[in-house]
Design a protein around this ligand. Structure first.
Ligand code: AMP
Ligand code: GLY
Length: 424
């Protein structure tokens, strides 16, 4: 806390998720200074970007101490895996996010499975392997398609769906023999392929208490009609198509509470936001994966719906607990369209001038992802560049608003899907 009773916040990250978090934090009456490391052109509009590497948690700690930071918020998973939360906590600085050990729910898929099995959370059947030969021998136990997952963090590329024996062998060879994923591929899971609608479910967790669950859905494939390669997400909407109080409570009771209770019982309590990637199968809701952070681009459609002060919720999570904290959400739907650089998710050009950002109307929020500032120009600096989001009284109206406004924006090589938010 600063002398005025307000809090200085340090936010880690530079994606669309972090711009949405920064935008929401900036609305807090309890905020003093908002600093973002390293941030993007969008976060610079609502706070001050600082150039410190996310790979250097000690430097981040020293900076936070010098700046009298009252709360640090971790956006992406990489700093969690480096133990930034452990380091800040040891120094007595409040931080929103799980410890390195609790973040293993995301950083080790084998660990996440062990926790799910031990806590009775429904998930796909699986086997874990540490060498090529035993994995090869086991293929005959599985039906096709099957799913191969590398254990560690793999920048969204560590899940491979194999249709037949040849593809499975080639994938196992790439992982175990060619070492394509380095350390992340030392362990491999073979998993049952599940079919159903996917939902991203989120909850604020203080180590013990689980807030009511909020849901969103993202579009993973690059092209219209859910075709093309997997991406980080080409659009999103909230609430999901299949969503009501019953589903929300079922997810809380069958997924979040058992996992959080188990983590606490083994002395590895989880704090921060927990993201469960779910699939609604004919056999009930199952967990595909856990992430230890907000989703991207889900956050860009969730936070516009959040009515409660985000800073205050995050402070409760990090410091005093969320029991008794009421988190309110606007019932209106929100849709987000990701604008990307041609070529994404493979190679693409950067450094293109983005025009028309000031031409969009106030009914849409533009969250920056891969953008940077050069003087007073905003340039592209990544594959996913912006998310154009709108909340309205219907999905159709929100969709109309985003597609009308995206036409004001232009940069060389700009691409986006045309079917985001349709048919909902
Ligand atoms: P992940 O990297 O774990 O988020 O997985 C990426 C995507 O792979 C998920 O969002 C699903 O679309 C797909 N996926 C993962 N596991 C399975 C599974 N067991 N069955 C079907 N699809 C899966
Ligand atoms: N949208 C998927 C993720 O954030 O992992």
């Amino acid at each position: 806390m600063t002398s005025k009773g307000k809090t200085n916040v340090l936010l880690l990250g530079n994606g669309g998720r972090e711009h949405a978090i920064a935008w929401k934090l900036a609305q807090s009456p309890h905020l003093d200074k908002l600093l973002i490391a390293p941030g993007n052109a969008g976060t610079a509009e609502v706070g001050t970007n600082v150039q410190i590497s996310l790979e250097d948690p000690i430097k981040l700690l020293e900076y936070a101490q010098r700046q009298a930071i009252g709360l640090t918020v971790v956006g992406p998973e990489a700093p969690l895996a480096l133990g930034v939360v452990n380091i800040f906590r040891e120094a007595g600085l409040p931080i929103f996010g799980p410890t390195r050990e609790a973040a293993m729910l995301e950083t080790s898929k084998a660990y996440a499975k062990e926790v799910m099995v031990a806590s009775g959370v429904p998930t796909a059947n699986y086997q874990v392997f540490t060498e090529y030969e035993t994995a090869e021998d086991a293929i005959s136990n599985w039906d096709f398609p099957l799913v191969i997952k590398v254990d560690g963090l793999a920048a969204g590329k560590g899940v491979i769906i194999c249709e037949n024996n040849e593809e499975t062998l080639a994938t196992l060879k790439e992982i175990f023999i060619d070492n394509k994923f380095g350390g992340a591929g030392q362990k491999v899971l073979i998993e049952e392929f599940l079919i159903g609608q996917e939902i991203s479910a989120f909850s604020f967790v203080d180590g013990e208490n689980v807030s009511p669950i909020i849901g969103a859905t993202d579009y993973k494939r690059a092209y219209d009609g859910d075709k093309g390669p997997n991406t980080g997400g080409m659009g999103s909407y909230s609430p999901p198509k299949i969503w009501n109080k019953d589903i929300e409570n079922t997810i809380k009771k069958n997924v979040f509470e058992p996992v959080i209770g188990y983590m606490r019982s083994i002395g590895n309590p989880y704090t921060g936001v927990l993201y469960a990637g779910l699939i609604v199968t004919s056999d009930g809701i199952k967990v595909l994966e856990f992430n230890c952070r907000f989703g991207d681009p889900e956050t860009q459609v969730l936070l516009p719906r959040m009515e409660t002060d985000l800073l205050s919720v995050m402070q409760h999570v990090a410091m005093s607990g969320i029991s008794g904290v009421d988190i309110k959400w606007d019932p209106r739907p929100c849709v987000g369209l990701v604008v990307a650089s041609d070529g994404y998710p493979a190679s693409y050009n950067v450094g293109k001038k983005i025009k028309g950002l000031d031409q969009t109307d106030t009914l849409v929020n533009i969250f920056h992802a891969g953008t940077s500032l050069l003087g007073d120009e905003t340039l592209t600096s990544g594959g996913r560049v912006l998310a154009v989001t709108a909340m309205s009284d219907s999905f159709e109206n929100a969709r109309e608003l985003i597609y009308k406004n995206v036409e004001q924006i232009d940069f060389e090589g700009m691409i986006y899907r045309k079917d985001i938010g349709s048919g909902l």
